[in-house]
Design a protein around this ligand. Sequence first.
Ligand SMILES: [Zn+2]
Length: 175
Amino acid sequence: MAKTPLGQEFYDYISTGRLVPDWLMLRLLKEKMVNEKRGIVFDGFPRTHEQVEALDAWLASRSGFLNGVIFMNMPDAEAAARVKGRSVCTRCGMTYDTGIDVSGQVFQCGTCSGALARREDDQPEILKKRIMVYGDQTEPLLSYYRGNGVLLDINAKQPKRDVTIQIAMALKSVV
Ligand SMILES: [Zn+2]
């Protein structure tokens, strides 16, 4: 995605821990997905009411529809605790989900030997803000999708393997 000016702008936002604005998400959607015919999985989109409206309009213009919306259901405190054990390589960008808190310690990336650090947007203060923004803007969308009968409520507190199985079964039920 970084090859286009829009893609570069997208990376500028996420690499500095900022939320990607609606207008940019939607322009990327139109630019990248215009020729997609087989189906698309979005990760972390839509996050706002404006994005939902734009996605609905875009789908309608293509006679498309949403098969399902996967909701990774997990209490905020649990999500915050898990984030502490997530790190990213400062050189190659590889993400590690080891459960080890790397802050204040020296760990090396297994791929490139770069230093591991907590992701910028996983820092405690930014995380607190992200959880607030989520409650404010994203959580209200759940009732919309639940009302449309497309919400797939996944218990994300389970071990990873069980979460994967539950997602696979939920997807199978809608495609
Ligand atoms: Zn690395």
